[in-house]
Write a protein that binds this ligand. Structure first.
Ligand code: C2E
Ligand code: CA
Ligand code: CA
Length: 761
């Protein structure tokens, strides 16, 4: 008996520990298990008290409490079973059994007094002295209630066992068995009667087993089966190895490696990689990744293979996994995208950008071979689509691409630049004029039924300067076609030797610019601007390059080159600064002359012209109106909006803005409408023989009067004779500039000339 009482204490402690553990899990099912444990613990306590109880009435009460508790326990077990079998939806209906429990409580409560369900008698057995339970006539009332609850749980479980997939059946079998054992134990105790209530071990053990099955147990087999089911169907090939050999390969892996059945099983990782994935080196490494191309199939397949060594939680090697990923479709899509980005859709030749890139690559990688760039163009191609429709135009384009494909040697790189223009990069030794002529010939005869004859021509540029961008080479090749466009006998033009020479000179000039600016070889000459009576009012600053070897170079030579190569801004900013230095000196010496400087259109795109000028006048303390800014009419016409804005801002600060070379462009009169310059500068050179030609004189006269009506000051430049000056004076021209007064001269000479001019005129 002492042993039984002691064991009850131990059971109680275990249950309390279990309860603490179960509380960590916050699910409905865990809650019902906790309730089960609490009731189990309570029953154990009741059995404990009852065993040591020496009072008959109290013993009856404790037995009553014990029976009520078993009701509760079974009620909770029922609830647990519903949850455990995923039958939550029946919970509400199950709760309708609740009144039965209340009834049993009353029933067993009344029994304390009336003893109709059971009574207790003192017994003295080998186990010791205690009150034992003797069923009364109505004990079966409690019996029916409790067995109904038990039966309910067992039926729910049985149904679940029948329905559940095989792999899950096991966990329900266990629970079923546990309930059977508890109930069986209880029945035996009841039947024997003369013994201590060992069935309490069953309740406690049952609660523990439920706890384990419901909350902690996931059958290992289930895990394995789930994983292998998933991996078997996975899209990636998966091969698993233990420490030495392959233990599993999924369907995808076998398809990729073209094997069937158990062929891979038992083979080592090295063997599989070497024999099936064609890889020899590095295969003993722990982790690796490589690409494998299977070219044996009708369409090549591309795989990404990776091997990872697996370690357990303690860091011990337990095997490895090889995954094979089929990236054929991805690669294909990528290749298609690259293709689209680099090819012309209509002809499937390289597009412009890709042709340039490829040509640049070839030129860079093969510096010892001489190359030519050949560009093709069709004269009046636009007319083809205008007259005969897009369709014929497209046919011509496609025909060209076909001819190029057929005729060009494999060393040629070629593509479509745009519209009807194509370009070819070819080793010079393979260049063959006859081949080009025959291409042109087939293209020109593309559709005889149309009377209109197109003419395909080629321009050839020999790549002498490899540093030039390929697009510039193409421009040169295209540029020289102009010379033969209208000559029906010629199909091939060459970028000329002469222009090659001039190109070399350009190259030299460009390479010397920085030195010239640094050494002061670049300087300005001043050309006086005078009133009719010879009073000098200002000067135009004109760039001069005093070259140490070649002597004085005129801006007519170098300005256009620098403009073309976008270097003009270097010269201009330099000249503007020189002009400001001169003005600064003059202001300090009390000389009241202005200096006008030239700006080129390109300057506007390379520096903030407004910013440069305002900084300069402030740096050299010059009143802005002393610095005049000449901008040619054609520069304005190129980008009216930007230039107008700039000029307005400059004028607001006080700069005087002049329109240079007025009359040289086409939009002269029109531009005066949107544009308010302070000064209009007309060039005599544009009006040939103004002194003789009546019409020219008339135009000059009208322009002067127009400018004056618009409130502008008029300067005429290029005045070479007294007659011209007189004529202009007659028509109220304000200021004059020209060889008649003075050529552009260095500053010192300019100052000397001021009086000289005044005296001679
Ligand atoms: P431009 O601005 O029209 O300058 C006037 C040009 O006419 C100057 O030529 C000048 O020497 C020349 N000239 C002056 N009077 C006469 C004359 O009576 N008869 C003849 N036949 N010519 C005369 P230059 O100095 O050779 O300059 C040529 C062009 O170069 C200038 O034309 C201007 O457009 C440009 N240029 C000169 N210096 C600069 C500069 O610093 N920056 C920029 N962007 N362009 C400049
Ligand atoms: Ca000028
Ligand atoms: Ca001019």
């Amino acid at each position: 008996m002492a042993f039984f009482v002691g064991s009850l204490v131990i059971v109680e402690v275990i249950l309390i520990l279990q309860l603490i553990a179960a509380r960590r899990i916050k699910t409905e099912i865990s809650k019902s298990i906790q309730q089960m444990i609490i009731v189990g613990a309570e029953i154990t306590l009741v059995v404990f008290l009852q065993t040591i109880c020496t009072d008959e009435i109290l013993s009856r009460a404790l037995f009553g409490l014990y029976f009520c508790s078993t009701d509760w326990l079974m009620f909770i077990v029922g609830k647990f079973i519903l949850l455990y079998t995923n039958n939550e939806r029946y919970l509400r209906r199950f709760y309708y059994s609740f009144p039965l429990l209340i009834f049993d409580i009353f029933f067993l409560g009344l029994n304390i007094e009336h003893q109709f369900a059971f009574s207790v008698v003192k017994t003295d057995t080998l186990m010791g002295e205690f009150y034992k339970f003797v069923p009364g006539p109505l004990f079966q009332v409690h019996g029916v209630i409790i067995y109904c609850l038990v039966a309910f749980s067992l039926i729910v479980l049985a149904v679940k066992i029948v329905k559940a997939p095989f792999i899950y059946k096991k966990k329900f079998y266990f629970v079923f068995a546990v309930i059977m054992v508890i109930v069986g134990l209880n029945a035996v105790i009841m039947f024997v009667g003369d013994t201590l209530d060992f069935s309490v071990y069953g309740y406690a053990g049952g609660a523990l087993l439920f706890y384990y099955f419901a909350l902690n147990y996931i059958p290992g087999e289930l895990i394995n089966q789930t994983i292998s089911a998933v991996s078997r169907e996975a899209r990636e090939g998966i091969i698993i190895f233990d420490e030495e050999v392959c233990t599993f390969a999924n369907n995808a892996a076998m398809t990729f490696l073209k094997v069937e059945g158990d062929v891979l099983l038992g083979k080592s990782k090295e063997e599989i990689i070497k024999n099936y994935l064609d890889k020899e080196s590095g295969i003993t490494e722990d982790d690796m990744e490589f690409n494998y191309t299977d070219s044996d199939s009708s369409e090549p397949k591309y795989y990404k293979v990776s091997y990872h060594t697996l370690y357990d939680a303690k860091g011990e090697h337990i095997g490895g996994s090889l995954t094979i990923y089929d990236k054929t479709d991805e690669d294909k899509e990528l290749r298609e995208q690259i293709y689209l980005a680099t090819h012309d859709t209509m002809t499937a030749l390289y597009n412009r950008e890709h042709f340039f890139t490829r040509a640049e690559e070839v030129l860079a990688n093969d510096p010892d071979t001489k190359y030519v760039i050949i560009a093709s163009d069709i004269t009046r191609f636009r007319l083809v689509s205008d007259l005969f429709g897009e369709e014929l135009a497209d046919r011509v384009i496609i025909k060209i691409s076909e001819e190029l494909r057929n005729a060009l040697p494999k060393e040629a790189i070629y593509g479509r630049l745009y519209s009807d223009r194509f370009a070819i990069l070819l080793p010079k030794r393979l260049h063959d004029e006859k081949m080009l002529i025959s291409i042109a010939d087939s293209v020109n005869r593309v559709d005889k039924q149309y009377a209109y004859t197109i003419k395909m021509c080629f321009g050839v540029y020999e790549v002498v300067d490899r540093d030039l961008p390929v697009n510039v080479m193409c421009d040169r090749a295209l540029g020289c076609i102009t010379s033969i466009k209208e000559d029906y006998r010629k199909y091939v033009a060459y970028y000329s030797e002469e222009s090659l020479e001039s190109l070399k000179r350009e190259q030299e000039i460009i390479s010397e610019l920085d030195d010239a600016l640094e050494n002061g070889d670049m300087t300005v000459f001043l050309q006086p601007i005078v009133k009719y009576d010879g009073t000098v009012v200002g000067a135009e600053a004109l760039a001069r390059w005093i070259h140490p070897v070649r002597g004085l170079i005129s801006p007519g030579v170098f300005i256009p080159i620098f403009e073309k190569r976008n270097l003009i801004v270097k010269v201009d900013v330099y000249v503007w600064e020189l002009a400001c230095k001169i003005l600064n000196r003059w202001v300090r010496e009390g000389k009241d002359w202005f200096v006008s400087v030239n700006i080129s259109t390109k300057d506007i795109y390379f520096v903030d012209v407004f910013d440069v000028f305002t900084r300069l006048v402030s740096k050299y303390s010059i009143p802005p109106e002393k610095l005049r800014i000449e901008i040619t009419e054609s520069a304005v016409a190129q980008d009216v909006k930007t230039v107008t804005e700039l000029i307005t801002r400059l004028q607001r600060i006080g700069f005087v803005v002049e329109i240079d070379d007025f009359g040289s462009g086409y939009s002269s009169l029109n531009m005066l409408k949107d544009f308010t310059a302070d000064v209009l500068k007309i060039d005599m050179k544009f009006l040939s023989n103004a002194d003789e030609d009546k019409r020219s004189k008339e135009i000059l006269r009208s322009v002067i009067s127009l400018a004056k009506n618009l409130g502008m000051v008029v300067i005429t430049e290029g005045v070479e004779t007294r007659e011209q000056a007189d004529f202009l004076e007659e028509h109220h021209c304000d200021l004059y500039q020209g060889y008649y007064y003075s050529k552009p001269v260095p500053e010192a000479e300019f100052i000397q000339k001021v009086d000289e001019i005044k005296n001679t005129i």
